[in-house]
Design a binder for this molecule. Sequence first.
Ligand code: FEO
Ligand code: CA
Ligand code: CA
Length: 700
Amino acid sequence: MPELSRRLLPLLGHSGGSRDAMTCLYRCGNACDHPVPNESDNAYLGDVVNASMSRRGVMRAGAAGALVLGLSGASAAAAVPASAAVPSAPLGGAPQTGGGKAGKLSFKAIPPNTLDTFVVPNGYDSSVVIRWGDPVVPGAPEFDLGRQTAKRQSQQFGYNNDFVGVLPFEDNRALLVVNHEYTNENLMFPGFTTLDALTVEQIKVAMAAHGLSVVEIERVGRTGEWRPAQGRRLRYNKRITALETVFKLTGPVVGTAAVKTAADPKGQWVIGTLNNCAGGVTPWGTVLSGEENFNQYFVGGDAVAEADKPKLARYGISTTARYPSDSRKWDRAQERFDLAKHPNEANRFGWIVEVDPFDPEAPPRKHTAMGRFKHEGANVIVAKSGHVVAYMGDDERFDYLYKFVSDKKIMKGNSPAARKHNLSILESGTLYVAQVTGDSPAAEIDGTGKLPADGAFDGTGKWIKLVSGTRSFVPGMTAADVLTWTRQAGDAVKATKMDRPEDVQPSLLTGKIYAAMTNNTNRAVGTNPGVDEANPRSANKHGHIFEITEDKGDHTGESFTWTLPIVCGDPAAADTYFGGYDKTAVSPISCPDNVAFDSAGNLWISTDGNALGTNDGLFATPIEGSERGHLRQFLTVPRGAETCGPFITSDDKSVFVAVQHPGEITGASVEKPASTWPDGDYAKPAVVVTWRLDGRPVGS
Ligand code: FEO
Ligand code: CA
Ligand code: CA
């Protein structure tokens, strides 16, 4: 295994900060190399308002020798009491708001490292639950790298796993639902040379490796370990793919001209889902999945009507070249990806997808009422009124934060009637975009990350109504226009340009909402927008966490306060902030991506693209009380990978993460892997579960 280093490998001319060039190409079509799609002149309202406002206003675990290497094969040492299944997400219940326990975490932080393995703290173990190519659908063939076909891949676990949801349904049994965001053909096909040289069958393999997997899993003994269910009929196992799965469109955009195509003249059904990144689990037992960087799959944007070009360009689709340099050229396998022939096909992607894993026959749905953008994901909370509120980020430099409030109220209980009702709840509602304002003078936000005189990056915010049901609140746009070209609607109402909003998740304990602003190296660079109090660092390499508190705890309301509890980076650097906690006792963290909570309300943060030069990982911190900001690193993933998921089961016994794109380092291939994780041969994305050897809850 050659020692490959990111720093020693040739760059491909990308400017994606710390991310490997190969990741930039395959993940998001070199988004960072393209002009910022948001060219709107809605200036930083924060600055404008600030200027007019008055003044009111590591534990670095010692040596690598102290590590438990997760796949070393150690088994659970102690028997633990059987848990009565992983408790379900609260069904139909209002959130327990107003609590705010301090939470406790007692694991010893692991040190940053560059090891090609999965590292957990002493006293913990981990195992691979499922990896790329493992059988999913009953009767699926075993993976055979040299004999892969689209048909085989359509029955096997897909590539690059991102979102992870675990939905219990019986004692010690659950459904694992996973997103497969994208493929890396360099690392999937032996003998790979160029995307142009792929056969049509290989392109279809890649299409079948996108989408989602539903996998029945079972607890191993009485431990926190889980594995695919064995020795029983698998009722729910399923693959959803970009290749052939049929989705139902719901909501106000159904049947409008923008989504009609030759194959779907009524604008009701879509084949496939693209670039499913993060997501969430609903209280009624479904999964939400965000269609993110869908732009890179389309060609022929140069040939659409001139009037339509700005609509494509705002979503990052090239309107000047038939084949952008980063194109996947899927039009070679399916003509619908050629916008010159099917100009509306791109409008059928960029939605929130809802999958009911407990009804394998039900078509997954794309909810147009929740807007169309590069959806990172969606996470819901039930408001005191009973309305369901989804919080969502549009992951692009200088794009926006959104929330959706359902028209219907949740029906409590788990009866068939309640489930049927709740399954329709995201099909109609009100969509808002966030506009945030700092409370400190603009002169005190100098781009260095230095806290303003009031001691916090904080302020107030408004949820600006874009559309409610079929009524538009954006001049010149119909409701369907707003929902189809939601970015342009956000531009029109002067939403606040954020530093790449990734995962957004409410804490069910406190009702506060946490959003990961992963980074934005273009902030205040050149002619790009400058800093504001919510995005306070120039050339923001390491990102920050944005905390929202809805006024009066009302998730259906239109005003909130906000603060930045964590400004990421090296704690030794002056531009970082960890809730005011002693910075000598926290772990370095860079590029927060996904957020999650354990049952005590501790905030867990996974990273993607660690700009500090070490592997990505998973971190946890109490977010209330005196321990707020005491952030510690819980695990690291192998070389070249990002950490996704995460999902902590509600008994706190198991932490699931997705190891996405291990070995994705420029120059790597199947034959010359940059990572040999997890099996010692070539790199395979996989879902991993971590548990505590003494059987106690993880982290506490
Ligand atoms: Fe797919 Fe925004 O990460
Ligand atoms: Ca302030
Ligand atoms: Ca992400």
